[in-house]
Design a binder for this molecule. Structure first.
Ligand code: ADP
Ligand code: MG
Length: 463
């Protein structure tokens, strides 16, 4: 009945062409989100697929909430469709995967060709979010390598893969890249990409319409790869968590790859069932940090090339230096610059970038640089400007250095390796322990707190 209603709807758009072509299509079945259609030849298949299927599947989706997949069967035993008897402009055949199915012993004598349709790509995916467009640097190396492995690209595969990191750092980009890669390489794989919000809504709809069986078949059985974005959304949603728990278990038991993203580490997820939290750490937890300067510049260059924006090295570097918080903002600024440049005819040069960024940047913390912090700290502790980057291990110098590193982390959100380089090429682990040390002292030692407050005040005045 659903199929009939969807067909009705589709036919209304162009009845004549519809009748001509759909006459050659036989409806077999519609279960679990799979629509089985039988056609007599590839011409009909292609025409119907390219001209009617989008409308048809959209309608079915509207009626049922399913993202429909289509299984085609080529069946030469069907009556000659009308289309074959009429002169129609030939459709250029597109490559499709063809699998020969040997006929069942007692079946019809003519061998049957079954066309294995590519699964439609998962919805709501950005086509630009591919591995090719992802810039790898120390901040995201692990997450990237694990994502490639999850897509079957070699390397140890972890299940689940849990990718976490702040907003705008590339989590969604990576899961889309996994889906694109798998879709390219294993067209028959059933990929589900959902935000945790969408999963929740799907679940609620399924309950309301008594369609839990369908829901479970979709997520637990008809799924080879499950990608769930922004799992933190499940916070406090106990029933959805329970359902997801069982989904997780079912897929994991079948060794189907699960990838989850989150803005927090599993153990920091709030109002999340303990058993889920512990499962999230079963495989690999890979975090993404704020990219360091080199990576930020590379991302700007990459994005500019992608968008056909002519960008000089100094502008790329300037943007990378100025916008440190996240990649989304970096890209947004670049696009805005390019748009303004094409409107005004002014080239995207350094002067233009400067003017634009100072005019529009509200983030106060971003106008202070690493150098500003170093200068303020030296001044505050009466040190020479080179002391902070020197090898001097004298206690007072080391303390000032640690404070400066802490401020770079706190205020500028610089990455540890980045700070290390700015402080005489120190190792990122050294920086990390310095920052931790100051954090601990800040909470326990009033004198340290007084230094920090004085410095904060000084830096705020500079902005
Ligand atoms: P998140 O999901 O972590 O909030 P997104 O994946 O949506 O972040 O990334 C925000 C934007 O930044 C996207 O346009 C994405 O393509 C881009 N981006 C993030 N990291 C990278 C990277 N390493 N290389 C290229 N683009 C990136
Ligand atoms: Mg995201």
């Amino acid at each position: 009945e659903i199929f009939d209603r969807a067909i009705e709807h589709t036919r209304r758009l162009s009845p004549a062409t519809f009748d001509q072509w759909f006459g050659g299509v036989q409806f077999d079945d519609l279960t679990d989100g799979v629509l089985s259609l039988r056609v007599q030849n590839e011409f009909v298949l292609e025409w119907v697929r390219d001209n009617f299927l989008p409308t048809l599947t959209e309608k079915i989706r509207e009626l049922t909430g399913w993202s429909i997949q289509v299984a085609w069967t080529l069946d030469s035993g069907l009556a000659t469709p009308i289309a074959q008897r009429t002169e129609v402009a030939p459709v250029r055949p597109r490559p499709i995967a063809v699998r020969l199915v040997s006929p069942p012993i007692s079946g019809p004598p003519s061998p049957r060709l079954e066309i294995v349709r590519r699964m439609p790509p998962p919805d709501e995916m950005n086509p630009k979010h591919t591995f090719a467009n992802f810039v790898v640097g120390p901040s995201n190396q692990l997450a990237h390598a694990a994502a490639v492995a999850a897509a079957g690209g070699g390397g140890r595969r972890y299940n689940p893969l849990f990718i976490c990191g702040g907003t705008g750092l590339g989590k969604t980009h990576l899961v889309h890249a996994i889906a694109h890669r798998v879709y390219e390489e294993r067209p028959e794989a059933r990929i589900i990409y959902v935000s945790a919000e969408r999963f929740t809504n799907d679940f609620i709809t399924a309950i309301q319409h008594h369609r839990m069986d369908e829901f479970r078949t979709k997520y637990r059985q008809s799924c080879d790869l499950l990608l769930v974005d922004d799992i933190q959304f499940l916070a406090g949603r106990e029933q959805t968590q329970e359902e997801f728990f069982h989904t997780f278990n079912a897929l994991h038991a079948l060794d189907r790859q699960i990838v989850v993203t989150s803005d927090k580490y599993p153990q920091n997820l709030e109002r999340m069932e303990e058993r889920l939290v512990s499962r999230f750490s079963w495989g690999l937890v890979a975090d993404i940090q704020v990219p360091e300067l080199e990576t930020r510049v590379a991302i700007v260059r990459n994005k500019a090339a992608q968008e056909g924006i002519a960008l000089t090295d100094d502008v790329a570097l300037y943007l990378g230096q100025m916008i440190r918080s996240n990649v989304r903002e970096l890209e947004g600024t670049l696009i805005r610059l390019a748009a303004k440049s094409s409107l005004t005819g002014r080239p995207v040069d350094l002067a233009f970038a400067r003017a634009e960024i100072t005019a529009t940047s509200p983030p106060r913390a971003q106008t202070v640089s690493v150098e500003d912090i170093q200068r303020a700290v030296c001044h505050h502790f009466h040190l020479r400007s080179t002391d902070l980057t020197s090898k001097d291990r004298h206690k007072s110098v080391a303390f000032a250095r640690h404070v400066a590193m802490y401020l770079c982390k706190q205020r500028l959100k610089c990455s540890f390796p980045e700070i290390g380089r700015a402080f005489g090429n120190r190792d990122h682990t050294t920086v990390m322990s310095a920052v931790r040390k100051i954090e601990a002292q800040r909470d326990s030692d009033p004198q340290v707190r007084a230094h920090l407050e004085a410095l904060e005040k000084k830096l705020a005045a500079e902005e």
